[in-house]
Design a protein around this ligand. Structure first.
Ligand code: ADP
Length: 643
């Protein structure tokens, strides 16, 4: 039969897989066992929903080693695959779009990424130079054999009725022809170990202990002959016994006291294909309104696709130990979409369809309770281990802020205490809103914030200077979502949030206010000329005014209304090219020498006053980190003044 070629990308990946020097070749077994377990889950689920009458206890995985023929065989009586499925599932490496990413990552060195891309099966080629898959789909009376010796392709043939077909009316038998040991220039590699029963037993215990179906293997051992036990010459005999290698108790059903952190970490890494241990985990068993066990993990780092459209949130959903959904999105609120894990509940019906699940009361109760547990775990982390929390927040804080913004305030109360920001008082550490309000000055009326590209940039904003001088702390917002999030929150502990870049913020006392009012009044004509100069080709500013908020800087730009200049910048960078404009106000420092100059120009050279207006406006834009509209014109005007 003609050999078929793997799809080009699959071929490349296979070559990579075969030729890479992986440190943990042993994981191929975990991958094949978990595929077998999935296949049995699928059939059991089908049986439950279609009343096929299959019992859970009837499913098992068998492993056999044969040193003479150098084969390792893994058999399951799961749902099996027909010809088309063999072709579809094993002829193409699934989700190969991820390949480019994978190939460019250093993490290629780490095996744990293999499964991440749906290529688990192919890891068999790390230890085998030939793989044969015999499979019969449930309900079919035909068995097919898929054979491949690696990157040069595969064949699929119909299998003549044989002994093993009789034995497996449905399911899959995978035979690995284990590679010979090598000891050449490229180094020594040993494969014999994968033909040793004890090695196999240990690998199963290490990676697949929790698999809920028995993993059986014939184990040879030597036993004392009873009749010779009391004699001077005890004799031993070789016996063969079928042993179950795994404990079959899923980790989430075990008691916390039986488990070490390491057990959770290993489980997480294997199950959720991460190569870094989780940042924290939550293991809970709840009875009452909803009875369920949950095991949830907060990853240490955001997955590479986390902030993309492709990322799908959700927890695995089990009903009494049977997986009914790989990713149940309804279990997780969007603001915690980074959480990985599973929920197992007896209260859910196995037959439940996706549509029905959405309206399931029980599921809603569980989701609510999970939301609460994650929140309280994060609060605990924030209180007990600030450093770890900040690490977490760097990866996922934006998601929590999006949660507040997207929820139109409905999640505000639940999430506001999880927020931390840089501030003028703690640029290296981050401050919670509770900490901020607890150290507010007595007369301070609002929680002040400033937004910009970086802490350093914000720290040197003219508007921040006066507040700092007064001893007010200012929150420094450096993420795009920040300002939108705070506007949604509106207040914390009855203190409103106010942008120091807003024209409405005025921290001066009454006598200062009177003084400013007077200067503005006296400079009315000068300010009007400047405003008109700026707006001559379309509106740039809604006002030009004298302000007391500036100390050493000549000018600054503020905005009136809810849309700030920083928000305008964020919106403009959005793909839908939002043209919303902030209502900008140019503020001038009357104590700065530039004001004297402006007054002089007003009396002597009104044309030059117009040029000054434009230059000062552009300078104010630059201080805000916003690019000037016409840099060439700006530069030429500056030069005009310099020569
Ligand atoms: P993944 O398991 O991540 O989807 P694999 O490359 O390991 O990727 O397997 C590809 C597909 O082949 C599986 O999704 C499954 O549909 C099918 N498959 C693999 N092993 C078995 C098996 N033992 N029984 C039934 N189907 C299997």
């Amino acid at each position: 039969m003609a050999k078929k070629q793997f799809k080009a990308e699959s071929k490349r990946l296979l070559e990579l897989m075969i030729n890479s020097i992986y440190t943990h070749k042993e994981i191929f077994l975990r991958e094949l066992i978990s595929n077998a377990s999935d296949a049995m889950d699928k059939l059991y689920y089908k049986s439950m929903t279609e009343n096929l009458g299959l019992v859970r206890g009837g499913f098992e995985i068998n492993i056999a080693v044969d040193k003479d023929s150098r084969t390792l065989t893994i058999t399951d009586n799961g749902i099996g695959m027909g010809k088309d499925e063999l072709e579809k599932n094993l002829g193409v490496i699934a989700k190969s779009g991820s390949l480019d990413f994978k190939a460019t990552q250093e993490s290629m060195e780490d095996v744990s990424v293999i499964g991440q891309f749906g290529v688990g099966f192919y890891s068999a080629f790390m230890v085998a130079d030939k793989v044969m898959v015999k499979s019969r789909a449930w309900g079919s009376d035909e068995t097919f054999v898929w054979t491949s010796e690696g990157a040069d392709g595969y064949t699929i043939e119909s299998c003549e009725p044989c002994e093993s077909c009789e034995e497996i009316p449905h399911g899959t038998e995978i035979t690995l022809f284990i590679k010979a040991n090598t000891d050449d220039n490229s180094g020594e590699e040993r494969f014999d170990e994968f033909l040793e029963q004890y090695r196999i037993k240990n690998i199963v215990a290490k990676y697949s202990d929790y698999i809920r179906y028995p993993i059986k293997m014939e184990m040879k051992s030597s036993r004392l002959k009873e009749e010779t036990a009391d004699s001077d010459n005890p004799e031993y005999e070789d016996t063969v016994e079928v042993k179950t290698l795994n404990s079959m108790v899923p980790i989430w059903k075990k008691n916390k006291s039986e488990l070490k952190d390491e057990d959770y970490h290993t489980f997480y890494k294997d199950k959720f294909m991460d190569f870094t241990p989780p940042q924290s985990f939550i293991h809970e068993k709840t009875e009452g309104n909803a009875t369920y066990s949950a095991l949830m993990f907060i990853p240490a780092k955001a997955p590479f696709d986390y902030y993309t459209k492709e990322y799908e949130k959700g927890l695995q959903l089990y009903s009494s130990g049977v997986m009914i959904m790989e990713k149940c999105g309804d279990l997780l609120p969007d603001h915690f979409s980074f959480v990985k894990g599973l929920v197992d509940s007896e209260d859910l019906s196995l037959n439940i369809s996706r549509e029905m699940l959405q309206h399931d009361r029980q599921l809603k109760i569980i989701a609510k309770s999970i939301d609460k547990s994650i929140r309280s775990e994060l609060k605990k982390l924030l209180t007990n281990n600030r450093e770890k929390y900040i690490e977490f927040f760097k990866s996922f804080g934006a998601q929590i802020k999006f949660g507040i913004y997207n929820g139109f305030g409905t999640n505000s109360d639940a999430l506001k205490d999880l927020l931390v920001f840089h501030s003028s008082d703690s640029q290296d550490d981050l401050v919670t809103l509770a900490e901020y309000t607890s150290r507010m000055k007595e007369e301070q009326e609002a929680i002040y914030y400033a937004a910009g590209d970086s802490v350093q940039r914000i720290d040197s904003l003219p508007q921040v200077e006066t507040l700092k001088d007064k001893g007010y702390e200012v929150l420094y917002l450096i993420e795009n979502v920040d300002e939108f999030c705070l506007q949604m929150l509106t207040q914390y502990n009855d203190k409103p949030f106010k942008s120091v870049q807003s024209a409405d913020v005025d921290i001066s006392d009454e006598s200062e206010k009177d003084e400013i009012r007077q200067i503005n009044e006296d400079s009315k004509d000068l300010l009007t000329i400047m405003k008109e100069a700026l707006n001559k080709n379309g509106e740039k500013v809604s006002d030009v005014r004298i302000s007391k908020r500036l100390k050493s800087h000549p000018v600054c730009l503020t905005s009136s209304g809810i849309l700030t200049t920083q928000m305008e910048k964020v919106l403009a960078a959005m793909p839908d090219n939002n043209k919303a404009k902030a209502d900008k106000v140019l503020e001038i420092n009357s104590s700065h020498a530039i004001f004297d100059k402006l007054q002089f120009l007003h009396d002597n050279d009104k044309e030059k006053l117009a040029v000054y207006a434009e230059i000062l406006y552009n300078q104010a834009l630059l201080i805000e980190g916003i690019s000037v509209e016409n840099p060439a014109e700006f530069v030429s005007k500056m030069c005009g003044l310099m020569v």
